[in-house]
Ligand binder design. Structure first.
Ligand code: OOG
Ligand code: NI
Length: 455
């Protein structure tokens, strides 16, 4: 009997929907956030037909409602490499390396996400995945104890492990197996009210760093937030209180711009939730929250260097009084970066997807000779340059999101080297370079164009 395998895109879509349903059930405020984002997106599109048209042309409109990212934190190399295999069956690969230790968070991370154009269009679901760096716990006894606790847990059900191996053997799943796989993997990310340790152990780990307690004291890496994509994050941030949501103080990332770049994010603060310790006494734990994001154009290495330099400059200024003042201040610093697509393109600061326009198609059909170079093709409207959306994360913003959920006690930067090699060893493969991926998307579109034009 031959097996008819479903596409990994379908498995990923089913999984992202199942995660969203589970999280809405676990954290009802996330459901409210989804409503808010849907309201704001509908209003934004109605008020800005040009934006609606650009999004539709780029294939962004169909994916808007399914689009989200999530975040998890794991404790061991084995957990991370198993998740790498699980996500591979959903068409997700590790992209980028993020070192959060500089910001006083004892983890390093990658993002599992689809990488090719068709898969990104179908459903770009991403999971920001952090690995706890136990070596950054300075107390020897506590570090050994945390290591032992983690060594004794299994974050996967037996069924999940069996299906993972089956999927790898077969090179995928049939529809029924895919459904079982999604259900079994969902268990890994479920919230457990029962901690696996007693109160004293929790407290000791919590005192080392709140994140250490979050990773070590539970049965598995509960999903700690999910993040829908909004088209107007300033409006969404402003509307949160009216929906009963308490936002973090400032929106992370670049200021509002005519041509949105990279990624802007904000979240509501983590909820205090009741838990039960192994000794049966009650306590509380604060880890889970909701976030929204607005995505813009992906920057080239040169563009990203400009972004990083401007962000660093803005961080030297005295902190602003509130989000509005913060955004104004950022806006002044970022005035140095061109804010129109033509300049971003001509100066090689951002990535674009090139496409033969209706005019180009008609001219070609009429037997006209196309202009020889890209700028002339664009100037004569044969070709459209569409922004390529940024699909990744930003380390400074991620640190801000972590931080806003770690309460008021800030940990100083860890005096450690960033260690991509150790992360990749734990992961079991190198991470992909995000710039290479965007460059390839751009180059593929140019290659298609050259073929159509016979150049
Ligand atoms: C991850 C925080 C980073 C983002 O969107 O930058 C993140 C975490 O809290 O585990 O999700
Ligand atoms: Ni996030």
């Amino acid at each position: 009997m031959t097996l008819s395998l479903v596409s990994p895109d379908e498995v990923r879509t089913a999984f992202s929907q199942a995660m969203s349903d589970m999280y809405r059930h676990e954290v009802p405020q996330y459901g409210t956030l989804l409503e808010l984002v849907a309201d704001i997106n509908a209003k934004t599109l109605a008020a800005d037909p040009e934006l609606a048209q650009t999004l539709a042309a780029g294939g962004e409109l169909e994916r808007l409602d399914v689009e989200r990212h999530g975040a998890i934190r794991v404790g061991t190399a084995e957990e991370l490499s198993l998740l790498r295999r699980v996500f591979a069956l959903m068409g997700m690969e590790p992209v980028g390396y993020y070192d959060l230790s500089q910001a006083g968070v004892p983890v390093h991370s990658t993002a599992f996400r689809p990488v090719d154009e068709a898969a990104l269009k179908r459903n770009p679901f991403r999971v920001f995945t952090s690995l706890l760096r136990l070596e950054l716990i300075s107390d020897d006894d506590l570090r050994r104890q945390a290591t032992a606790i983690l060594a004794g847990r299994d974050i996967f059900t037996q069924e999940a492990r069996e299906l993972l191996e089956l999927g790898e053997r077969q090179g995928g799943f049939d529809a029924h197996q895919a459904e079982r796989f999604v259900g079994a993997i969902l268990e890994t990310f479920r919230w457990h009210q029962d901690a696996t340790v007693d109160h004293a152990t929790y407290q000791a780990l919590h005192d080392a760093h709140r994140l250490v307690a979050d990773v070590v004291c539970f049965r598995g890496p509960h999903i700690n937030h999910l993040t829908p994509r909004t088209l107007d994050i300033d409006a969404a941030q402003a509307a949160m209180p009216a929906y009963g949501i308490d936002p973090k103080a400032v929106i992370e990332g670049p200021p509002p711009r005519r041509c949105p770049i990279l990624l802007r994010q904000t979240s509501f603060k983590a909820l205090e939730e009741s838990i039960r310790f192994a000794g049966r006494d009650d306590g509380s734990h604060t880890a889970r929250f909701g976030e929204i994001e607005q995505r813009g154009i992906a920057l080239t290495r040169a563009g990203r260097e400009r972004y990083d330099a401007l962000l660093a400059r803005s961080r030297e200024l005295p902190p602003a009084a509130d989000n509005a003042a913060h955004q104004r201040q950022l806006g002044e610093v970022f005035a140095d970066l061109p804010d129109d697509l033509a300049s971003l393109r001509q100066q090689g600061l951002a990535y674009f997807r090139y496409r033969l326009s209706d005019t180009g198609h008609a001219a070609l059909a009429a037997g006209e000779t196309p202009p020889a170079d890209l700028d002339a093709l664009i100037a004569r409207h044969w070709v459209e340059a569409l922004p390529i959306t940024y699909e990744d994360f930003l380390p400074v913003s991620a640190a801000g999101i972590f931080q806003s959920n770690l309460g008021d006690t800030r940990h100083a930067a860890y005096a450690s080297e960033s260690n991509q090699a150790a992360f990749e060893l734990a992961l079991g493969r190198p991470v992909l370079d995000e710039f290479d991926l965007y460059a390839r998307l751009e180059e593929d579109s140019r290659e298609r164009l050259r073929q159509q034009l016979g150049q």
